[in-house]
Design a protein around this ligand. Sequence first.
Ligand SMILES: [Zn+2]
Length: 212
Amino acid sequence: MIPRSIRKSICFHEAGHAAMHWFWGTAGDFCHIDMRPNSDFLASVRWRPVASEAEIGEMRSWPSAARGMATRCIMQLLGGPCAQNLECDRDEEWFELLMFNEWEPGPDQKSDIARAVRIALALTGEKGPEPGPRSRTFLAKISRWTDEAFGDPRLWGVVEALACRLQHVQSILDGDEAWEVMKRAWGGDPSWAALEMGRKWRRRLIGPNGSR
Ligand SMILES: [Zn+2]
């Protein structure tokens, strides 16, 4: 039996990942949330990967597209630990702690932070496995953006509603049902929720002239 306090942080963690999919408006990429622990994770969100590290690396000849894709992937990965921190641990240095406590080098590491670091390395072209200065700067910026996004009460409402629903899920919450919960909390079905969160996000995610 998982203690209640840990169960709560797992629910917020998974809801945070899912809410970042909501933020990016990728219902079709979202499969399900599995609340059963396995050998790798306490629980997991399944989605169709939007881009692999290799694909982001190949996109580097089109830097704005590569940066956009890397931003999306990293926010979706950091959404979990970020939401967990906001609800449970409330440490301003959650990202630094994550790097320090949970990051391990290697192509097979499956943790959120290991995957986020590999994406940053693919984007910057730094060799790794340690993130170099450019990867670190990029990751730190995206961790701040993730915090900021959840600072929006409307998006945080999506996290809370889904975390609340997950408390009662013993095995799998189907993606469509999770999407319904998030839609109700948001109060509508936007094509891209981030663009309803103010001009700052439009500028950051699309750019000043609508180019990406
Ligand atoms: Zn996670």
